[in-house]
Write a protein that binds this ligand. Structure first.
Ligand code: F6R
Length: 618
């Protein structure tokens, strides 16, 4: 996955392309580049390394052109290098292209072009697009105003795989063409200037009027207007959307990293996700209002829920299993989206199919959703991205109102996904009559308290920072828990490994003795999440098992709880709520722990190695 930007207007393109790329660096940062049309010639500057390397190289160069495209790369085909960096051009330098996605038939296309004398320079799949565009442009019958669009349409018809593209050509100083399939692309509408970008934050400093391109659509951007087309060349008339995001919410606002900012925003994000879905009649009587998605009788009668997603979203799904089974007494299957379509799943159209994705653009998640849809399943999407592919293809959408999540490691998206699952489960429990009225009301009242309780954890984060400064060098960290705490262990271990690069694993505490305990020795840190009162005795036994084998133990439990005083070296407490709601709070100190360990190790938590924010490739 990569980030794409483009500009056409009356200002210099370069500073705009670079500043937009800064907002998209989370999508890839192994190389960056721009192509700007300047005096009938396309000037390309591209370099291996983070965007800052390109910015320094361009600091003393003036490129006055007012039309250009930019790219920040996460390598798929060909190692990170100057040559493999985008933009790519045809040999004459007539056409320049930036691409996000994978062209699956590029070898076939490359052979076809090479047989006709085309010389390739890079190892990328993208380069075929530049050559194909040039090939169809030169061999096209139409030499008029539409010849570039025609060449683009012909080229797209030959591509298999996924793409979002930005294209400029030196014969056409008045236009920028872009297209998308299976990868996001947004057109920003300004006054006498227009933009393209892979994601909304890049456009916010310039405009809030946006066209979200749909699958297999193209846009031709001129300085004063934008034309939209289908891939078969038909013109589309569509009103732009207006984006309400606050620009501050897409910036760091004084925090050292986006990840820290996003962890600290969780009280607000939880409240923003919860409050619009509540109707308060009195302090005693608050009910869940799901006007945005009509849950008809088929929901009450469904026999099973299937939840799918990747990474953190998948972990939210595992918590979801416990939530739905606990409140709504309905069986739940949780599937890793990247596996789903390969195992010939049994899809029953009467099942409830919930697809979780912060970005709404994860290729594996979309593929799982499309397979289920093809077999008649009704899709409910839980996503943070308005206008994302998932939100446009699902039947019902529940938005997490977390605001933009920029850091690669997902934090506020996770807790707000959980909040949506709790609301849904309670509503379903009401419909299925599996929850007594008193219990329903009590649980909703406890949910209302969660944002403030989250804030209380966040204001005391020095405690966790200190613990991280003692523990960050551990070679092995194991998270253990039971039920809801096991699900949170999985997510905590992922957070720690992805940003601090510490080997960490999660185990259902009762499973230790079936094998994993062999790994425990002196020097292992075991973090026990202990919020399930009914199982305290059990987890205390598990703690004894590991500490007697030399492990140092840290416990996460309720404020005021004394059960672990004699068995744990360190205790982190969280405000008390019902044990069925604990994941909403217990994950927060562990997100902070992972963050501070990463910082202590000198890692950049916003851009962990080998990872990118939005995984739009399989
Ligand atoms: C981990 C992380 C990833 C994502 C996963 C799915 O911190 O961010 O594991 O959760 O790539 O992404 P979305 O939710 O955008 O589909």
């Amino acid at each position: 996955m990569c980030g794409i930007t483009g500009y056409i207007g009356y200002h210099e393109a370069t500073p705009r392309l670079l500043s937009m790329l800064q907002k998209l660096e989370y999508r890839g940062y192994d190389s960056a580049g721009i192509a700007v049309l300047d005096n009938d010639e396309i000037v390309v500057r591209k370099m291996k390394g983070p965007l800052s390397v390109l910015e320094s190289a361009l600091a003393n160069e003036k490129i006055p052109g007012t039309l250009g495209i930019g790219h920040t790369r996460w390598a798929t085909h060909g190692e990170p290098s100057d040559i493999n960096a985008h933009p790519h051009t045809d040999i004459s330098g007539f056409i320049a292209v930036v691409h996000n996605g994978i062209i699956e038939n590029y070898i076939k296309l490359k052979n076809y072009l090479q047989e006709r004398g085309v010389v390739f320079r890079s190892e990328t799949d993208t380069e075929v697009i530049a050559h194909l565009l040039n090939f169809y442009y030169r061999n096209g019958k139409n030499r008029g105003q539409n010849s570039l669009l025609d060449a683009a349409l012909k080229t797209l018809s030959k591509l298999e795989g996924s793409y979002s593209l930005g294209i400029i050509a030196s014969d056409f100083p008045d236009r920028l063409i872009c297209a998308r399939k299976d990868n996001p692309l947004i057109v920003g509408l300004g006054e006498n200037e227009n933009y393209i970008a892979s994601d909304v934050p890049a456009l916010l400093p310039y405009t809030r009027n946006i066209h979200f391109l749909n699958e297999r659509e193209l846009a031709v951007l001129y300085r004063d207007h934008v034309d939209l087309f289908t891939e078969s060349g038909e013109k589309i008339i569509r009103e732009p959307s207006s984006i309400e995001w606050d620009i501050k919410s897409a910036e760091k606002s004084g925090y050292a990293h986006f990840m820290l900012k996003e962890i600290n925003e969780q009280d607000k994000a939880l409240s923003d996700t919860l409050s619009p879905r509540l109707i308060k009649k009195s302090n005693e009587s608050i009910t869940i209002n799901f006007d945005e998605i009509k849950l008809d009788d088929s929901w009450a009668e469904a026999k099973k829920i299937v939840i799918t997603g990747c990474g953190t979203a998948y972990h939210a799904g595992i918590v979801g299993k416990y939530i739905f089974e606990h409140f709504a007494r309905i069986p739940v299957e949780v599937d890793i989206a990247s596996e789903y379509r390969y195992r010939n799943p049994l899809i029953n159209p009467n099942d409830i199919f919930i697809v979780m994705s912060q970005s709404g653009e994860t290729a594996d998640t979309l593929a799982a959703m499309r397979l289920a849809k093809k077999h008649g399943a009704k899709i409910l999407a839980i996503t943070n991205a308005v206008g994302s592919t998932l939100s446009r293809e699902a039947d019902l959408i529940l938005y997490t109102w977390a605001g933009p999540e920029i850091a690669v490691a997902s934090t506020k998206a996770f807790t707000t996904q959980l909040m949506c699952l709790y609301l849904l489960a309670l509503r379903l429990a009401e419909l299925r009559k599996t929850i007594p009225d008193r219990e329903y009301k009590r649980t909703v009242r406890l949910l209302v308290k969660i944002p403030e309780q989250a804030r209380n954890i966040l204001v005391n984060q020095e405690v966790i920072q200190k613990l991280a400064s003692k523990q960050f060098n551990k070679n092995k960290v194991f998270f253990i828990g039971r039920l809801f705490d096991y699900a949170v262990s999985l997510e905590s271990a992922l957070k720690l490994k992805e940003i601090s690069y510490t080997h960490s694993e999660a185990f259902a505490a009762g499973e230790l003795k079936h094998g994993a305990i062999a790994l425990v020795d002196k020097g292992t840190l075991v973090i026990a999440i202990a919020t399930q009162e009914a199982l305290f005795e059990k987890i205390i036994s598990n703690i004894r098992e590991v500490s007697s084998r030399g492990a140092e133990v840290m416990v996460i439990t309720w404020e005021g709880e004394r059960a672990f005083d004699t068995v744990a070296a360190e205790i982190i407490t969280i405000p008390k709520t019902d044990s069925s709601l604990s994941p909403l709070l217990s994950i927060i100190p562990l997100q902070l722990f992972a963050y501070y360990c990463a910082v202590q190790k000198g890692n950049d938590p916003d851009k962990p190695r080998n990872l990118a924010k939005s995984v739009t490739v399989e």
